[in-house]
Design a protein around this ligand. Structure first.
Ligand code: ZN
Ligand code: ZN
Ligand code: FE
Length: 770
């Protein structure tokens, strides 16, 4: 029976070769109709035998090549038009020209085959790509998405490339960045004053020399700067201890783990556990850094990721990486490279040759190329939790991500400050920027402004509502407040955390929110971060929190966990504090003890309920870490110590929950009293650390049960930077689920401040809806 249907498809379906895919599928099924891009996705009309239409839809779902991704297909029958051919029609633009831009995509399998095939005309060409792969977001400076609006506009396609580009049967049909040795960008190697480029005739040979030279530097223990998709990396042989130490010294990065890159998943499989989902994420088109559990501890790992139980690893994602590896492999088996963003401290990563001076001291040689990067973008970081992704840093390959958000407003949500990212909401979609770093540095703040201007440009966006953090000193808040003539709504930081997790999980009702975080501004001017809310998207009630303790010297305590530990010990021991027979006390000079005591007396501190700071305090009391060289270092060290000593028989430290003015306060005093007793008894650090993690899980469960009893709610959301802690996330989730709650966690957006803009948008929108 001949029928006609209209399909509307949402997902990653624009700028990635979806229309030719549909065309080929429809032609194979002998269906008539058309396909076109519309403002909300892709529309398809199909006319033909109903069984063939069915088979089309099935194949569409089952045979979809990456990076295509379908989120929803709406299907409805319409009247037949007696059409006989299938065609690709011109895009329909919405009134205000909303266009989907694809994220940057890793080199696909078929392009990799061509790259390595001596008989292919793009054999060894470092910029090979097709409609399914290659740069997108990072090279597009305006819309509509075609070559003239990308940084590829400087390169005029040769005749052969042009033919492929115009042929719908070709894999490069409308592949805007498509190029070859004859017409496209080229690589060069810079070393000292020398520059060696692959240009003109014989560029295949000269490109080979460039890569040979680069591989040689790495083989000799050098540090190489390599231009990737979103910016430069610094790379070196991960197994060469001296070089990795040198890189740490040059970057002034004593202990923060480095990410690794390999060219084959087997190489990672030798050293880390990889389950099916992790394999899928590692090899997927986004190619993020995936945190994987170490299987075999090797001595070189002590330099790459000191004290870690997990390694961050990624697979090659550009042809440049693949070619570099193929040359390194001529000298060594299964190479593993450190791949770390090339940036000055508190600066965005370096993206073009003009900026190379900034990192000249870091690298011995530079593998550069003349394809410009328009938008810089760091690597994304993710892991797998319960067979789903648990994104920790959303950037390359994940941005832009079009998240459905039903509202008629255009919203700008400015985000937080430390792990900055903003979101825009338009035409029923929320789009979050890439990770932008700490805005307190001027360079990062400019990166924020530039990226926002870029979003306004390409998405034709102008907000009518601006949402921001209620912390008045955040630069993102100050930016929001500086905008004239817009409706503005402040959203409390931890409410934004909760609302973002709700939005992500499609919850629009009252829930119990557990927000364990580093720092965030509370309306009472204390630093919040150990919060239990009863909330919906619009408003929250602070139903419980950790009894306040103090950050001596305010912000300084974030960098110095020992200050919080000192306060806690002082609260429990008072005048006896200087006599406490603890290794911990040896950290303080006599003068410091006097000074800190005075600061407590004079209230030179800020009160806090932050669980992040409680982690710091325990790490310091256990003499594990007293100063953070990177955000969350002490907490990570404590988690690693605990992972070493996981116990089956779980026992919690004593804790006390008191109900004061209809709010629960979690008393940390009994908990720390017992921890300090254990320290004095010289109990193993790992065991104390583990018991502390378990106690927090027990507190979460207990609090959720109390709140369920009071309010009858059964849905729980987890958010906040502390939920990056793997052990706590797993233990707390288990406890809460065991107690019969429906638990919702982050997945597509990070639990840390990378999710704040999302929650601000949800919160402000809900306030407007009333
Ligand atoms: Zn490809
Ligand atoms: Zn060409
Ligand atoms: Fe936060």
């Amino acid at each position: 029976m001949v029928k006609r249907v209209r399909l509307h498809i949402k997902g990653r379906v624009q700028g990635v070769g979806f229309r030719p895919f549909i065309y080929n599928l429809a032609t194979k099924e002998r269906l008539a109709g058309f396909v076109l891009n519309d403002p909300l996705g892709v529309s398809v009309e199909l006319e033909g035998d109903s069984s063939r239409i069915k088979s089309f839809v099935k194949k569409l779902r089952d045979n979809l090549p990456p990076p295509l991704n379908i989120e929803a297909i709406e299907k409805r029958p319409i009247t037949a038009k007696n059409e006989t051919v299938f065609s690709i029609r011109k895009s329909v633009r919405g009134r205000d020209k909303f266009v989907f831009i694809a994220p940057d995509l890793a080199l696909c399998r078929r392009c990799l085959d061509e790259l390595l095939n001596r008989n292919d005309r793009r054999f060894s060409y470092p910029f090979i790509n097709c409609t399914h792969c290659g740069p997108r977001y990072s090279v597009i400076f305006d819309i509509p998405y075609d070559r003239a609006k990308t940084t590829m506009k400087e390169f005029t396609m040769c005749k052969q490339c042009k033919t492929e580009y115009s042929d719908f049967r070709s894999r490069r049909f409308h592949a805007q960045p498509s190029a070859c040795f004859t017409c496209g960008p080229q690589v060069s190697l810079l070393e000292g004053k020398e520059k060696f480029s692959s240009r003109g005739k014989g560029c295949l040979e000269s490109a080979k020399l460039v890569f040979m030279g680069a591989a040689e530097r790495i083989g000799q223990g050098g540090i190489l700067a390599v231009k990737g998709i979103g910016g430069y990396h610094l790379c070196c042989d991960a197994k060469n201890k001296e070089t990795v130490s040198l890189l740490r010294r040059r970057k002034k990065r004593p202990s923060k783990p480095f990410a690794l890159m390999v060219d084959a998943i087997e190489t990672i499989n030798d050293i880390c556990y990889i389950n099916n989902k992790e394999r899928e994420v590692l090899t997927g088109p986004a190619r993020p850094i995936v945190l994987l559990k170490i299987k075999r501890r090797l001595s070189w790992m002590d330099n790459v990721a000191p004290g870690q139980k997990f390694l961050g690893a990624m697979l090659c994602y550009t042809p440049v990486h693949h070619l570099l590896f193929s040359h390194i492999k001529k000298r060594q088996n299964k190479p593993i490279l450190v791949m770390t963003s090339a940036n000055l401290k508190d600066n965005p990563l370096v993206k073009d040759e003009r900026e190379l001076a900034k990192i000249r001291k870091y690298a011995d040689a530079f593998l550069v190329n003349n394809r410009k990067i328009f938008v810089r973008c760091d690597d994304s970081v993710t892991r797998v939790y319960k067979n789903k992704e648990y994104v920790l840093r959303k950037a390359r390959g994940y941005v832009p991500d079009f998240f459905e958000f039903k509202t008629d407003k255009s919203i700008l949500a400015c985000g937080a400050e430390l792990k900055a990212a903003f979101s825009i909401v338009k035409n029923g979609f929320l789009i979050t920027s890439q990770y932008l770093g700490d805005l307190k540095s001027y360079a990062n703040y400019r990166f924020f402004i530039k990226t926002l201007e870029h979003f306004k440009e390409v998405f034709h966006f102008e907000p009518d509502l601006v949402a921001y953090d209620s912390h008045p000193a955040y630069l993102s808040s100050q930016y929001a407040l500086s905008l004239k003539g817009k409706k503005k709504i402040a959203v409390q930081h931890h409410h934004a955390h909760a609302a973002s997790c709700m939005l992500e999980n499609g919850l629009n009702e009252k829930v119990i929110a557990v927000v364990f975080d580093g720092i965030g501004f509370g309306p009472d001017r204390a630093v919040w971060g150990g919060e239990f809310f009863i909330c919906d998207r619009k408003e929250f009630k602070r139903a419980g929190f950790f009894d306040y303790f103090a950050m001596i010297g305010k912000d300084k305590a974030v960098k110095e966990p020992r200050r919080v530990a000192f306060y806690i010990l002082h609260e429990l021991y008072r005048e006896r504090v200087k006599d406490a027979d603890m290794e911990f006390m040896r950290n303080f000079s006599k003068e410091e003890i006097v000074l800190f005591k005075m600061m407590i007396k004079n209230k030179s501190f800020v009160y806090t309920s932050s669980v992040g700071r409680l982690f710091d305090a325990v790490a310091s009391l256990l003499n594990i870490r007293h100063y953070n060289t990177y955000e969350g270092e002490a907490a990570v060290n404590l988690e690693m110590a605990a992972l070493d000593k996981q116990e089956k028989e779980k026992k919690a430290y004593a804790f006390d929950i008191v109900n004061k003015n209809k709010r629960y306060r979690i008393k940390w005093q009994p908990l720390f009293g017992e921890i300090i007793d254990d320290v004095l008894r010289k109990k193993e650090k790992g065991r104390i650390a583990f018991k502390f993690h378990y106690t927090l899980s027990a507190i979460i469960k207990e609090m959720c049960q109390l709140l369920r009893r009071d309010c009858g709610l059964n849905k729980v959301v987890f958010s906040g930077g502390v939920f990056q802690n793997w052990l706590l996330l797993n233990m707390a989730a288990k406890e809460v689920r065991k107690a019969g709650f429906d638990l919702y966690t982050h997945s597509r957006f990070p639990p840390n401040d990378g999710c704040i803009s999302l929650g601000q948008a949800a919160g402000a929108d809900a306030v407007c809806k009333g």
